[in-house]
Design a protein around this ligand. Sequence first.
Ligand SMILES: Nc1ncnc2c1ncn2[C@@H]1O[C@H](COP(=O)(O)OP(=O)(O)OP(=O)(O)O)[C@@H](O)[C@H]1O
Ligand SMILES: [Mg+2]
Length: 407
Amino acid sequence: MVVALPSPYRPGYNQRPVVLAGREDVLAAADEALAVAVLEGRTPPALLVVGPRGVGKTVLLGEIADRAGERYSWPRLHVEIAPGSSLTADLVAGARDLVARFDQQPPSGRFRATSVVVGASLTGVHGEVTLTRSDAASPGGGGEIRVALASVVDAAADRDSGFVLTIDEMQLASRDELGQLAAVLQRATEAAWPVVVVGAGLPGMRDPGRTVSYFERAEWHEIGSLDPRQTRLALEGPAEAAGRPFEDDALDLLADRSGGYPYAVQLYGHHAWRASAGSDRIDLGAARRAATTAQKQLEVGLYANRWVQASGGERNYLVHLARLLAASQSVRGAEVAAALGVTARQVSTVRDRLLKKGTISAEGEYLHFAVPGMSEYVLRQSPDNSPDHELGGKAHRARRQQDDVGL
Ligand SMILES: Nc1ncnc2c1ncn2[C@@H]1O[C@H](COP(=O)(O)OP(=O)(O)OP(=O)(O)O)[C@@H](O)[C@H]1O
Ligand SMILES: [Mg+2]
């Protein structure tokens, strides 16, 4: 009997991959921000990671927090905003937990003053670092958030430490709460609190109407699909480390089919691992079987979800984009508008909504589907090549009224 070895791939949300490919720029920026905070005692600008669903924002937040923990023993305060949840309440609860964790360590007793100078105790570092206590009683906006974060700063400073604040799904934060958090973090920067802030969210979080000035001044990083070299690394690394390497043509096939979309890379890798159970290599036959299974799984899950959640106008836009993409590799927004028989301006709200949801991505003026393979799926939703037929009916008419173009 063949005992199936566990798959070294992690297809799923918030699942840290065995090989985290690419992302060098964000990680270098995070390393620098951590060094600024820990070694120089300054509060760096926030790092904000923006990208469509499934490209690895959450795992990046985790990786940055892990680096802070491993290198500097700085713990993490993590908040994931959910629809209808309160950022403030979650921050307050998270801060309370973190203070309790700090309280389990004995205070170093060296940080009683408002601002003290200490020698950094890190290997190879002999600088002087100023750690600042929070001075929570001082005036400033942000009420509950300020008090909560200040209590963490005090507990951290008492122990010659700091913390990383990670905020996920930032596009769901209310403007009010985001404004309050920004006010607190602005003051934190001025007061050199020992905190590194890293946020992540869908492209909608960049909406000018929502972005407050503290976040405008943050360091923004856009992430998307992996390039071909990174895709191969992400696919071949886990299999090789687990003792069942890819044959070249099998790797070529799956690198191509996954399109470098990180979730798909994990899914294709996972099915290739399964399809090759009992062999000592992953060959082309296994890769082909895996590609079919993984594609089906993407269709019933990811593509279908996006399609169902799209309004009538959005679907019509997607169908026209998909048709143009079937004929040409690069399609401009203006061409989609022309195919719809409207001006680019008339259709801009629909296009922007699809961009914010991360269903489509833009590279300059060119548009494509954020998830590879979705274009073909969208075409199949319109088998008679008539979007009006596919999109007709009551639900479509009801949705139409919300759209800026009467499609
Ligand atoms: N750099 C990477 N290399 C290889 N695989 C990755 C990489 N980043 C993420 N993944 C994989 O992609 C999938 C999605 O990751 P993650 O949940 O972090 O995405 P996300 O951008 O946070 O998605 P969402 O917006 O839906 O929350 C996971 O299966 C993860 O293992
Ligand atoms: Mg996520």
